[in-house]
Design a protein around this ligand. Structure first.
Ligand code: ZN
Ligand code: ZN
Length: 357
C-alpha cells in the first residue's frame, strides 16, 4: 500500500512537472510567433484610404492605470501625425502597431506638462526605429522652440550613448531630437499645412492662463476631424469644427472633481482642494462639449482627456450627465487604443487596435 502511495505521488509529481514543461514549450512557441508579428506590425498598411483617429492617450495628469496622457494619432492616407504626446503615448502607439518610425510630425496644442511629458520617449523611439537622418518636426504655436530645445538638451547625453553603442547607421547623430516649426496665430483660423491633399487648420482656444492654446482641424479626401486640445467651451472651436465628421473634445466633469476637492480639503490638503476648483474654469464639461458638437453640426463626438479617472462601473453615466440629450449624433467616451476610421468614400467605424497585453 505504502509502495503504491509512493508511486502515486511520484506520478503526480512527474505529471505536474510535465505540465509545466508543456506550458513553457507552448508559451515559447507563442512568444516566437508573437515576436515575429511584433517586429513587423504596422496597422497603417491595413487601413483604407481616408482619415483616421487613433487614441494613443485619453487620460489627464490624474493617475489612471487605463489611460495614458493626452495623445491622438491622426492618419491621413498613410501619413501619421501625432497631436500631443502625454506620458505613455509611445508605448500605446507601439501596442497599436503604429510604429514611431512612421511619424511624419508631432503637433502640440499647448505646452502644459501633461501634453508634452511623453515627447522624450516618442522622439527617441522614432529616431532609432527610423534610423532617421533628420530630426522629428515638432509643430506648434510660438513657444514650441523652447520645448524642442529643452528635450534636445535633456536627451543629448543619452543620444551620444545610443550612437556609440549601436553605430551611426542605427542612430545617426543628424536625426536626433526635434526640429521646431512655430506658427504665429492669426485672429481667426490659420492654415498651418496644406500638401498632398491634407489640410491642417489651427485656431486659438480658451485655456487661459495657458496661452497660446490651439485646436486643429484636419481635412482629407472629403473627411474631417477636429481636435479641441484643452479649452473651456469655445465658440472659435465650434466654428472650426463646422460640419466635421468627428469632433475629439476634452472633458472634465465638475460634479466629480468637486467631490475630489472636498475630500482633499477634509484630508487637510488645501492646495489640492484649490487645484480641483481651479481646473474647472479652463476645461469643458461633457454636457457643454455636447452642446458645442450640436452647434458645430458635427456627426460624432468622442470625449478624451477624461478628468477625473472613471475607475468604477457606473461612473461613465455620471460623467456624461445629460450630454446625450444635447447632441443627436454618436457620442462616447474614447478609450486608449481605440481607432475611429473615416474612409474616403464615407461611413465611420470604431474598433480597437492591438491586444490588451
Ligand atoms: Zn492644458
Ligand atoms: Zn491637459
Amino acid at each position: 500500500m505504502k509502495r503504491w502511495l509512493g508511486f502515486g505521488l511520484l506520478g503526480l509529481l512527474l505529471l505536474t512537472a510535465g505540465g509545466w514543461f508543456a506550458r513553457e514549450r507552448i508559451a515559447l512557441g507563442l512568444y516566437q510567433r508573437g515576436a515575429e508579428r511584433a517586429m513587423t506590425a504596422n496597422s497603417l498598411e491595413s487601413l483604407p484610404d481616408g482619415l483616421h483617429a487613433a487614441f494613443c492617450g485619453t487620460g489627464s495628469p490624474l493617475p489612471d492605470p487605463d489611460r495614458a496622457g493626452p495623445c491622438l494619432a491622426v492618419i491621413a492616407g498613410k501619413r501619421l501625425i501625432i497631436v500631443d504626446a502625454g506620458e505613455g503615448a509611445a508605448r500605446n502607439l507601439a501596442l497599436m502597431g503604429l510604429p514611431a518610425a512612421g511619424i511624419e510630425r508631432v503637433l502640440l496644442t499647448h505646452f502644459h506638462s501633461d501634453h508634452i511629458d511623453g515627447l522624450g520617449a516618442l522622439g527617441l523611439q522614432r529616431w532609432v526605429q527610423a534610423n532617421a537622418v533628420q530630426p522629428l518636426i515638432l509643430q506648434g504655436p510660438v513657444g514650441v522652440g523652447d520645448v524642442a530645445a529643452g528635450f534636445n538638451s535633456a536627451y543629448r547625453i543619452d543620444s551620444g550613448y545610443r550612437t556609440a553603442h549601436h553605430g551611426v547607421s542605427v542612430a545617426p547623430p543628424s536625426g536626433f531630437g526635434f526640429s521646431p516649426r512655430a506658427f504665429a496665430l492669426a485672429d481667426g483660423p490659420g492654415v498651418i499645412l496644406n500638401e498632398g491633399g491634407l489640410k491642417i487648420t489651427a485656431v486659438a482656444v480658451d485655456h487661459a492662463p495657458a496661452e497660446p492654446a490651439v485646436a486643429y482641424r484636419f481635412d482629407y479626401k472629403g473627411r474631417c476631424i477636429t481636435v479641441s486640445g484643452d479649452t473651456a467651451q469655445s465658440a472659435a472651436l465650434e466654428a472650426l469644427a463646422e460640419e466635421c465628421d468627428l469632433l475629439v473634445h476634452e472633458a472634465l466633469q465638475p460634479r466629480l472633481t468637486r467631490m475630489l476637492g472636498t475630500a482633499a480639503g477634509r484630508a487637510g490638503n488645501a492646495g489640492l482642494a484649490k487645484i480641483m476648483v481651479d481646473i474647472e474654469d479652463y476645461h469643458t464639461a461633457p454636457e457643454l462639449a455636447a452642446e458645442s458638437a450640436a452647434k458645430a453640426r458635427v456627426k460624432a463626438l468622442a470625449l478624451t482627456h477624461i478628468v477625473p479617472p472613471l475607475r468604477l462601473a457606473g461612473l461613465e453615466s455620471a460623467f456624461l450627465g445629460d450630454a446625450h440629450m444635447r447632441f443627436d449624433g454618436e457620442l462616447w467616451i474614447a478609450a486608449d487604443r481605440e481607432l475611429v476610421s473615416l474612409p474616403a468614400g464615407g461611413g465611420m467605424t470604431r474598433s480597437m487596435l492591438g491586444g490588451t497585453r
